[in-house]
Design a binder for this molecule. Structure first.
Ligand SMILES: [Zn+2]
Length: 428
């Protein structure tokens, strides 16, 4: 499982003499003040955690508003890209039309050129025929052959008209050609500017797309940061829950201790010779252990589940494994308390799944054991359990791949990332 690293104050471990039988208490006042001191430390840890949770909340809010900003910038870029793409399509269409126009003009110019050429050929042929016939002789013949002055004028005019008409047509053709060439130049200039615009627009679109990609990258990173912050917060909330359960357990211990002291005081009154007796134990004997449960060891601790060790304590693929994994297939694989103690957490956690925390007092030393990924828990907070008593059924809940028990051992109370290697303490 993944956990963010947040340092929390290390609480001094104080044995809970009242919960566990056979532990002598130094003095009555000391035992309660010790518990109260421990309660204060847990309260400090809780308020620190709550402050961390608040700042994680602030961070999440900031990340969310940053994401909203980036999203609106991305939207703006999307609009800009759309607009530029429209312009690109428009310019591309215009270029296509302009090219068609150029082609049309070129065709028209070609026609005019051909006409000019034909007219030139015609004029040359006519000029040659004049020369062959002695220059303007034929014209003169035409004119001289006139029958009257009026006829002469008509004929002379007719000749002049023919010559003038040839020249006019030629000039008109040349003028048309000039105009068409000018038009072609204008259209080609227009085409060049359109092509330049298209290149600029395409560059702009590329830049906008690159900016959009940057925004997407930024958004993904912000999203990831937010997810991490969420994960960290869940983690802290879970730790806060465990500390709250610890505090509740201490309150119960203080209450038990007060009751015990009251009983002792009453006993001392009625029988002054007896004093300083040990605390009582209300633990019920173990029951409902399935036939497949491991044999209960004779020492202080016993194996918490049957099955094979699939992972030990220590480094594991770049991360640290804070416990032992014991796996066994089957619908009803029992998980038992590793030692006598008091259940103070029995809940569902997103990482540990159904999990039970038990506090033990072994010859004056406090230990905590944790049993994670249970299919279901059979004990609630406040329950007193005996070594080897079934507390749950092996499962695959929370962040678990395959049915197994993830078992952790702590010297003293549970502390974040403070689990110790159970080898040599718990028979595994
Ligand atoms: Zn594990």
């Amino acid at each position: 499982m993944k956990k963010s690293v947040i340092t929390i104050a290390v609480a001094t471990t104080v044995g809970l003499g009242t919960i566990f039988g056979g532990v002598t208490v130094k003095t009555e006042a000391e035992s309660i003040s010790g518990l109260k001191g421990e309660q204060t430390k847990i309260q400090d840890q809780r308020s620190n955690l709550k402050a961390d949770i608040n700042s994680a909340n602030d961070k999440i809010n900031t990340l969310q508003s940053q994401q909203a900003d980036v999203k609106s910038e991305k939207k703006r870029l999307d609009f800009a890209i759309d607009a530029t793409t429209d312009k690109i399509n428009d310019k591309t269409e215009k270029i296509k039309n302009t090219k068609a126009e150029v082609a049309k003009l070129q065709a028209e110019i070609k026609v005019i050129k051909e006409r000019i050429q034909k007219r030139n050929v015609l004029l040359k042929e006519r000029a040659r025929s004049y020369q062959e016939n002695g220059g303007m002789v034929s014209y003169l013949d035409v004119i001289m052959g006139s029958t009257s002055f009026n006829d002469f004028i008509d004929r002379a005019n007719a000749v002049a008209t023919i010559v003038q008409a040839d020249q006019d047509i030629l000039e008109q053709h040349e003028a048309d050609k000039k105009e068409l060439l000018e038009k072609q130049t204008r259209v080609e200039t227009n085409l060049a500017s359109l092509q330049k615009m298209l290149v600029d627009l395409k560059n702009m679109n590329q830049q906008l797309s690159a900016q959009k990609k940057e925004k997407e990258k930024l958004l993904a990173s912000l999203k990831e940061q937010e997810e991490e912050a969420h994960e960290g917060m869940l983690d802290m909330q879970e730790r806060e829950q465990i500390l709250a359960a610890q505090e509740a357990a201490i309150k119960r211990s203080i209450q038990n201790e007060r009751e015990r002291q009251a009983r002792e005081a009453a006993q001392a009154k009625s029988n002054p010779s007896k004093s300083g007796s040990s605390g009582s134990s209300s633990a019920s004997s173990g029951s409902s252990v399935s036939s497949s449960a491991p044999k209960v060891s004779s020492g202080s601790f016993t194996r918490p589940a049957p099955g094979v060790i699939t992972s030990g304590f220590g480094g594991r693929g770049g991360s640290f494994h804070y416990g032992f994994d014991i796996a066994k297939p089957g619908d009803n694989v029992p998980i038992v308390a590793a030692a006598d103690g008091e259940v103070y957490v029995s809940h569902y956690s997103s990482s540990y799944g159904n999990v039970v925390y038990i506090l033990h007092n072994i010859n004056g030393q406090t230990y905590t054991t944790v049993y994670a990924h249970m299919r279901r828990s059979l004990v609630g907070a406040g329950a007193t359990v005996k070594k080897g008593q079934q507390i749950g059924v092996m499962g695959n809940t929370g962040e678990s791949r395959g049915q197994h028990l993830h078992f952790e051992l702590y010297k003293g109370r549970w502390q974040y990332h403070a689990a110790i290697n159970p080898s040599g303490i718990v028979p595994l």
